[in-house]
Design a protein around this ligand. Structure first.
Ligand code: TGC
Ligand code: FAD
Length: 432
């Protein structure tokens, strides 16, 4: 029986007692003292699930590029999908608890965390926040129970960092919308029952719910990935795909709506990446204390090796504090998208550097999937790119501190000439 997560509160029961963990956790500076008892219990419950259900199967799933679909009902039974929602019988957990869930899942594998991030933050969130009552009543319970899988289609072959340029479009035709275009690199695309698809309309960018069996909608998987192999990534194609008018998310009208969904998922990634970092740090620590070279000494006795471990634990500890402050701000309703950019950018970056360092510390064993390090390292290459690349988040932080957006390249000579002419005209007009 898998314990179901609930937020403690009047009339709500507690989940299982803290058992002895397989994974001891990484807590260099008593950061656990900053979590509530409830948050620690939720973390422990998911930690046990990862140890018992994910770690035994994940290398095989990764090696054979197979999504472990049998985990979906188990994760649903635990209440892992849409866990911060408090309606529809969902647990209404705090955002810190949600972050800890993501941390533990990604300690297992970034692809499993990704599945839960997409289902919760990119599918249930937009339906819950921007959907009609009918859409919510239909989809939220199905998605929560894992009886329906969702995906989020924003990226296109020619528009990744700049989704505002998207070409996918939707035209109103009587009682229908007709969609044309393509999306690429979509997590869970071909296994999804419903796709949340973002398209340009005459009234701006809007979200649409496209069920998998709609004529004109098809998918094809991206093959040959060396990263996130236990996760399905697909292209979505829309050729005169007709859906009922009621399938539009009524409260969506501009780019800020898909971007607001990304803020939810990026928050989870900032926590999740710490889980991957903890997994590779723990592996490197254990390995280097056991591995003997040169005169019977474990390699952990060498200063160069200790320097690497010291760097890793320092960065993980700083990342934990960053994630926790983000979580407390989110629970207080004060978290801003540019805060989340810092968390996603920093924590994924340090996790990837920890994984690369751990890979080196394991020597030849570091390139084998007998250890989890190379899998985490390759997964984190995708995590650094998706949900806003490392550099896009740097630019978001740059804009927050300077007030100057710098996503577009410097002006071309022609644009500069036109801008100067316009400024001169305005100056002349002001003088008259
Ligand atoms: P910009 O003019 O800056 O913004 C347009 C409107 O949106 C608002 N906004 C946000 N709102 C909520 N959350 C955010 N994170 C927001 N960022 C911006 C903004 O205030 C504005 O509102 P308003 O009222 O003035 O209209 O838009 P821009 O076109 O200049 O783009 C800015 C930029 C580059 C930061 C944005 O396009 C961006 O974030 N690009 C990265 C794209 C991206 O992250 N794609 C991810 C696709 S999903 C995915 O990867 C899933 S991976 C699987 C997993 O999650 O595990
Ligand atoms: P590009 O935007 O082409 O960027 C290429 C490089 O150029 C990057 O280094 C970038 O930082 C840099 N760059 C771009 N613009 C600038 C600039 N203005 N200044 C400086 N540097 C710049 N998308 C979804 O919609 N849904 C999903 O479920 C989803 N899942 C994914 C799963 C995986 C495994 C992967 C790999 C991707 C997924 N994506 C998904 C797509 C992902 O969000 C995009 O890959 C990401 O936003 C980057 O877009 P791009 O790949 O087109 O890179």
């Amino acid at each position: 029986m898998i314990p179901r997560l609930t937020a403690a509160g009047p009339g709500r029961h507690r989940y299982k007692e803290l058992p002895v963990a397989n994974f001891p956790g990484v807590d260099y500076m008593e950061i656990d003292s900053l979590f509530s008892e409830e948050e620690l219990m939720i973390r422990q419950t998911v930690r046990d699930f990862v140890d018992d259900e994910i770690l035994p199967i994940i290398e095989d799933a990764n090696r054979h590029e197979k999504f472990p679909a049998h985990l979906v009902p188990k994760m649903a039974e635990m209440g892992l999908f849409g866990s911060t929602i408090s309606e529809y019988g969902l647990p209404g957990l705090s955002h810190v608890s949600y972050g800890l869930i993501m941390q533990e899942l990604e300690r297992g594998d970034s692809g499993i965390r990704s599945f839960v991030s997409v289902q919760s933050g990119l599918v249930m969130f937009p339906i819950f926040a921007y959907g009609s009552k009918k859409q919510k009543d239909h989809w939220i319970p199905l998605l929560a129970k894992g009886e329906a899988i969702g995906c989020f289609g924003l990226t296109e072959p020619d528009f990744g960092s700049n989704p505002g340029g998207m070409r996918t479009n939707a035209r109103k035709d009587g009682d229908s919308w007709v969609l044309n275009g393509a999306k690429s690199w979509i997590t869970s695309g071909s296994i999804a029952d419903v796709a949340v698809v973002w398209a340009k309309t005459a009234e701006g960018i809007r979200g649409f719910l496209v069920e998998k069996d709609r004529p004109g909608f098809s998918t094809a998987n991206h093959m040959g990935k060396f990263s996130l192999r236990a996760s399905v990534t697909s292209q979505l194609f829309f050729e005169d795909c007709r859906i009922p008018a009621e399938n539009v998310l009524p409260e969506t009208s501009s780019l800020k709506h898909p971007l607001s969904c990304l803020t939810q998922a990026r928050f989870g990634i900032a926590w999740g990446a710490l889980g991957a970092a903890m997994a590779v740090y723990q592996t490197a620590l254990t390995y280097t204390k056991q591995r003997i070279q040169f005169g019977g000494q474990p390699i952990a006795s060498h200063q160069l090796v200790q320097n690497k471990l010291a760097w890793m634990i320092t960065e993980i500890t700083k990342g934990q504090l960053l994630a926790l402050q983000m979580g407390r701000l989110k629970d207080a309703g004060k978290l801003k998208p540019h805060h989340v950019s810092m968390g996603k950018m920093n924590n994924v970056n340090i996790a990837l550097e920890c994984a690369r360092t751990a890979r080196d510390m394991l020597g030849a064993n570091g390139v084998s999937d007998e250890y989890p390090v190379i899998r985490h390292m390759l997964n984190l290459e995708s995590v650094k790119t998706y949900e806003g690349t490392h550099d896009i988040h740097n630019l978001v932080i740059g804009e927050a501190v300077t007030g100057i957006p710098s996503y577009n390249p410097p002006m071309t000579a022609e644009a500069e000439r036109q801008g100067t002419a316009k400024a001169e005209q305005a100056e002349q007009a002001a003088k008259r």
